[in-house]
Write a protein that binds this ligand. Structure first.
Ligand code: ATP
Ligand code: MG
Length: 434
């Protein structure tokens, strides 16, 4: 008998319990408790249904350890002591005393994925990273007879819309099934639930302030980050980037950079390469809640050598010193002038930026990094703060007078200030439940 304790689950997500559907599509605003609540729901499923095999997927195996692995482990711990579980970090597997198990797999690890049989539930966390075909392949292979019947859980934040193009998750699920905020809606074998931070009674105040702040500064970001709407973003700073598989041999390494963060903001560590005006960037660590010793461990785990050259935010000399004492070679980045962020943004506009495909947070940052918008809908030449931790790290690495990049050439070819106009997004803003 498992000593099951009650978990503190947000009420909106409680409503999902017992719903009979094959696809649970849960999306919405940032910090709306999607990841926590789905972890809790799946732990409950694993405890109530002995022998259930639950596979948790991220697009890239490298992002598992610092995201869903810890999250699910904490959700299990809310229900029973971890000492009762069989935890194997190298196989990324957690067995429960009920005979149920969680397996954590990257969709890029196709061999491992193929080898797992009798899956009762798949959870695709950050589902916008996946292509539809990946879901279809899993779906076709899922024939298990089990109770409850096989399920897919898809959780994600909306991504900016480009032109009239809809993301496949919109086309297939969220745009097809009418639904209102905070209320699960079942249609056929699909259950859609859209949530926002007000569905999260435990949302940290600082997150609430940031999300509500967008209402004043940038309505489009408010629609996307707070309300969870797929929007067309105007006023975005970077359009000169793409996503690539790897760094070509012609590029040379510029080393690494850190933007410190702790309780709310993630610490972001990036690796940067350069060839002429082309830059390649990869996120190595991107996580909130890391103390400096944790950050050091995460950097080692990410394969960064101790002798590597690292620059970091000069505003945190204590953190820099602590990392040095852990054996890292860290140098403070110099920020100069009040217009530092704006001139760095213009500088970045003059580059050709390639983001490595495993760097989801960086891709999200680049897609949404914006100029401020005033009440008259004018785009202002002021960078909107808040969603640019990896970008900040990149700036520390490359935007320095006398740095390793040919600064003059880039300044000459740099981008322009924002145009003083914006278009409005889709006028369909679903009703909100308070
Ligand atoms: N059940 C809970 N108990 C305690 N705290 C919670 C709970 N659910 C959410 N939180 C708090 O709210 C924060 C946001 O939750 P979570 O990360 O699950 O949201 P999310 O919707 O997945 O966010 P994002 O869109 O950024 O991925 C957590 O970091 C945690 O601080
Ligand atoms: Mg989440």
């Amino acid at each position: 008998m498992v000593p099951l304790q009650l978990t503190r689950m947000n009420a909106t997500y409680h409503k999902l319990y017992g719903i009979d559907a094959r696809y649970f599509v849960i999306y919405g605003g940032r910090r709306s408790s999607k990841s926590w609540s789905v972890s809790q729901l799946l732990v409950r499923q694993a405890l109530e249904n002995p022998g259930r095999r639950i596979v948790i997927l991220r697009k890239f195996a490298t992002s598992i350890r610092l995201s869903v692995w810890d999250r699910v482990k904490s959700a299990i711990e809310e229900a029973l002591p971890l000492s009762m579980c069989d935890i194997n970090i190298s196989n990324r597997r957690i067995g429960l005393p009920t005979g149920s198990e969680f397996q954590f797999v990257g969709a890029d690890d196709t061999e491992k994925l193929k080898s797992i049989e009798d899956v009762g539930t798949y959870w695709l966390e950050e589902a916008t990273e996946f292509v539809e075909q990946e879901l279809n392949v899993l779906d076709a292979g899922m024939s298990t007879q089990c109770t409850p019947p096989p399920q897919f859980w898809l959780t994600f934040n909306p991504v900016p819309q480009i032109g009239a193009h809809q993301h496949w998750l919109q086309e297939r699920f969220t745009g097809k099934i009418e639904h209102e905020m905070s209320v699960p809606r079942v249609s056929g074998n699909v259950c859609v639930l859209r949530t926002w931070y007000k569905d999260n009674a435990m949302c940290p105040q600082i997150n609430i302030d940031i999300l509500e702040g967008y209402k004043e500064h940038n309505e489009l970001l408010y629609l996307m980050w707070a309300l969870g709407e797929f929007t067309h973003l105007e006023g975005s700073i970077l359009s000169n980037y793409n996503v690539v598989e790897s760094v070509p041999a012609r590029a040379h390494s510029l080393g690494y950079a850190i933007d410190f963060g702790y309780s709310v903001d993630p610490a972001a560590v990036v690796a940067v390469w350069q060839h002429g005006r082309e830059i390649w960037i990869e996120q190595k660590v991107y996580m909130a809640g890391l103390t400096n010793p944790d950050l050091s461990e995460a950097m080692e785990e990410a394969g960064i050598p101790k002798y590597a050259h690292i620059v970091a935010d000069s505003a945190e000399p204590k953190s820099i010193e602590e990392l040095r004492r852990e054996g890292w070679t860290v140098e403070p980045a110099i920020k100069f002038g009040q217009q530092f962020k704006k001139s760095a943004a213009l500088f970045l506009q003059g580059l050709q930026i390639h983001i490595l495909e495993n760097s989801h947070d960086l891709q999200r940052e680049c897609a949404t990094w914006s100029w401020k918008i005033d009440k008259e809908n004018h785009v202002l030449p002021i960078v909107e703060d808040g969603n640019d931790h990896g970008i900040d790290a990149l700036i520390y690495r490359i935007y320095r007078p006398g740095g390793s990049i040919d600064f003059t050439a880039i300044e000459q070819g740099r981008g322009t200030l924002p145009v003083m106009r914006r278009s409005i997004v889709s006028d369909r803003v679903p009703a909100l439940v308070g």
